[in-house]
Design a protein around this ligand. Structure first.
Ligand SMILES: Nc1nc2c(ncn2[C@@H]2O[C@H](COP(=O)(O)OP(=O)(O)OP(=O)(O)O)[C@@H](O)[C@H]2O)c(=O)[nH]1
Ligand SMILES: [Mg+2]
Length: 292
């Protein structure tokens, strides 16, 4: 039987990411938790849970918080899933705290993968809070996949309107999560879903990847050279690469041209244009350097 997968969005941005995922008509169940009734009403999740605005206090490695509204029933309902993806923008109160708390509980019975967006450095207070919580969050989940909003400054065309640029991560994150979930629940013949699930259960700190180009070679080169979390990915041990292309055999040739340093999991969807979405797993040594 294929593993049961649940996608949960937490806080305002987490809810919008789940709405975007829902537009992709994923077969997986989707939940959103938020303390903001208006934001919650606007999301397209299958189940919406209103929680109280959490009170944050960080004490050494522990997060003390109040999350009333998340009843015992809610936590019991998570227990039927084998793999839970949590997604949020870090740095606000609700998403940051709820993600940390739920990851810590859900990890007792499921593989927990968090996809977290780091605020723009200019958001100062939110940015600093996100970094504080990163230290905690990475101990609470099996795999923590990061993207930083500052990537947009470095990579969006300078003439792209800000409103449009802010929406770019939604498409990248939604496509990547959906591709990973599909790869596990309905894998193509050559995809080793068991090994990929095993990787997610110990993926450590990881970065999201995205690239596009005129050929699959160009798209893959751009994907690996500008990770969404600004670190060197040569220390990564494994890659998940999802190609959206009309040229599957060219994509395979591009992957064969990579140095054989990575354990690669490949997924494809037929689409116009050459684009690669992915994750580089196991960049723990790099993240330590990032904090220093
Ligand atoms: N790129 C991008 N980032 C966003 C967007 N909305 C929020 N974020 C990021 O996500 C972080 C958290 O924002 P929210 O999700 O609104 O915060 P919250 O979890 O609802 O927290 P509270 O409202 O304080 O309880 C922000 O500081 C931003 O860095 C967006 O539309 N685009
Ligand atoms: Mg909010």
């Amino acid at each position: 039987m294929s593993p049961k997968v649940l996608l949960i969005g937490l806080g305002g941005y987490g809810g919008r990411l789940i709405s975007k995922i829902s537009e992709m008509k994923t077969q997986e169940k989707t939940f959103v938790l938020d303390s903001d009734r208006n934001c919650l009403e606007m999301t397209k999740a299958k189940r919406k849970i209103l929680i109280e605005d959490p009170v944050i206090s960080i004490k050494r490695d522990h997060v003390l918080q109040i999350l009333s509204g998340t009843s015992r029933d809610f936590f019991a309902s998570l227990e039927e899933y084998d793999l839970i993806f949590l997604c949020c923008g870090l740095g606000g109160r609700t998403g940051t705290v709820a993600t940390t708390l739920i990851a810590n509980i859900a990890r007792n019975f499921a593989t927990v993968v968090c996809l977290a967006v780091i605020p723009f450095a200019v958001e100062r207070k939110r940015y600093n809070m996100a970094l504080q919580f990163l230290e905690i969050l990475r101990k609470m989940c099996d795999t923590l996949i990061l993207m930083e909003n500052d990537w947009l400054f470095r990579n969006c065309p300078p003439n792209m309107p800000t409103r449009e640029a802010l929406k770019v991560p939604e498409g990248i994150i939604a496509t990547t999560i959906t591709a990973m979930a599909n790869a596990i629940t309905s894998p193509i013949a050559e995809f080793d879903a068991d090994s990929f699930l095993k990787l997610l259960s110990s993926g450590g700190t990881s970065t999201m990847l995205f690239g596009e180009g005129k050929s699959c070679f160009e798209a893959l080169e751009s994907c690996l050279s500008r990770p969404l979390f600004n670190v060197d990915i040569s220390s990564a041990n494994s890659l998940f690469l999802h190609f959206e292309t009309g040229k599957k055999s060219e994509a395979e040739s591009a992957v064969y041209s990579l140095k054989p340093d990575f354990n690669v999991f490949l997924s494809f969807r037929e689409n116009e244009g050459e684009r690669v979405f992915g994750v580089a797993f196991g960049i723990e040594p790099e993240i330590e350097r990032y904090w220093r």
